[in-house]
Ligand binder design. Structure first.
Ligand code: BGC
Length: 402
């Protein structure tokens, strides 16, 4: 029998009042979004929202497969472009405080950018769907039901973001859709038993939906025929000042998380959930990314333990960019979020419109289960079993603050 399944979470008693305060805005999310929506709508009388997403060629992969770029548009003229190569979100056009649209995502103009030797060598995973297991697994192995599985190692001694050929580098089957919620793109992929070392045939479906309240919702579903760990996320790099600012250090971030997972030198959690209070990891009230980043060797690249993880959809992050006035609110049903500040970008990648992506050119907010959970019995469970259906939803909602 198929039953619905939500992977384990850590319950933390924090009131929603505290959470609202932590978001640090004197406007509600609805107010900010309404303003953005209204000004964008004024500029977008040509937008046909009843239509299906459009599609165009995105070029050929290195093995000669033709891939597509799908563009979802909402009632306010917001546009999200996604390719079926890696399920990559390549661009997201959202209004600033004056209603002017701008692209807030790092990426490339065609599929060859995502397959260039420089890109593959530096491995930033721009905008991609990440799986079968997002983030790191220590020494590329885990034991499940008494059997040890050895994974493809691609990050020093560890496995990162699914291995050598993760879900970010495969061609997904795409189906554009439209519903009362907005335009969607449904992507499906069969990850075969043994792929990158993982057990079981895993059927994965990811639906991106662009809603009329300016949110990009990502809906992940999966089933398997053998027990397997699973941790699905999206690896978009955001810069809410879309390249007008060279880095993201001025963005103000709030993370409703009282603890984070401490990591070793290879970024594997030690198992300790350490309080953020009194440290540069304390984002329970808004702080500019650059304010304390120098106190964190290498920059932020950590998993925060979300306070309200026991509730189905909870706040995961709030971001405000003062120059453009753009805001982004992240919600999820996952227990953690990886806040990564583009520390490994070094100016070797040239993206859309020739933009050079230097250190801290974008930041990621990857909703997730904790890194290395398959080897950490005290962390929330990530094992999906046959007969269960994995389902998880995360949403990135855009607004402005004037
Ligand atoms: C990881 C970083 C890594 C980046 C790109 C993030 O999720 O935490 O350490 O460099 O992805 O691969």
């Amino acid at each position: 029998m198929i039953k619905s399944f939500r992977l384990g979470t850590l319950a933390v008693p924090v009131t929603s009042l505290l959470l609202l305060a932590a978001c640090g805005s004197n406007k509600t999310a609805d107010q900010t979004t309404t303003e953005a929506g209204a000004s964008a709508a004024a500029d977008s009388t040509q937008t046909n929202t009843s239509a299906m997403p459009t599609s165009a060629s995105f070029g050929k992969t290195t093995d000669g497969t033709e891939v597509q770029l799908f563009t979802l548009t909402n009632a306010n003229g917001v546009k999200a472009s996604i390719t079926n190569f890696g399920g990559i979100l390549t661009s997201l056009m959202v209004p600033d405080k004056d209603g002017k649209m701008g692209d807030v995502i790092l990426g490339f103009d065609n599929v060859s950018g995502y397959q260039s030797p420089e890109f593959l060598k530096s491995g930033p995973y721009f905008g991609a769907l990440i799986g079968r297991y997002g983030n790191r697994i220590k020494d590329g192995k885990f034991t499940l039901d008494g059997k040890t599985y050895n994974l493809a190692k691609n990050n020093g001694p560890n496995t990162l973001h699914g291995g050598k050929v993760g879900f970010d580098k495969v061609v997904w089957t795409a189906e554009p859709m439209s519903s009362a919620d907005g335009q969607s793109l449904k992507l499906t992929y069969l990850s075969k038993d043994g792929e990158e070392g993982y057990p079981g045939n895993l059927n994965v479906t990811v639906v991106y939906t662009l809603t009329n309240d300016n949110a990009l919702r990502i809906d992940y579903t999966a089933t398997t025929d053998k027990a397997t760990p699973i941790n699905l996320t999206n690896h978009a790099y955001f810069n809410l000042n879309h390249g007008a600012g060279k880095d993201i250090l001025g963005h103000e971030v709030t993370l409703p998380a009282d603890r984070y997972t401490v990591v070793d030198a290879t970024l594997i959690p030690t198992g300790e959930l350490r309080p953020v209070k009194g440290t540069p990891f304390d984002f329970t009230t808004p702080h500019a990314i650059g304010e304390r980043i120098a106190q964190v060797p290498g920059g932020y690249d950590h998993n925060w333990v979300l306070n309200n993880a026991a509730t189905p959809q909870h706040a995961a992050a709030m971001v405000y960019e003062p120059v453009s006035g753009r805001t982004m609110e992240v919600t999820t049903d996952e227990p953690g979020i990886q806040f990564y500040t583009g520390n490994f970008l070094d100016g070797t990648l040239k993206g859309k419109g020739g933009t050079v992506y230097g250190k801290n050119a974008g930041f990621c907010l990857e909703t997730q289960h904790f890194p290395d959970s398959p080897n950490q019995p005290k962390f929330p469970n990530t094992v999906l079993k046959p007969g269960e259906t994995f389902h998880s939803v995360s949403s990135y909602k855009f607004g402005v603050r004037k």
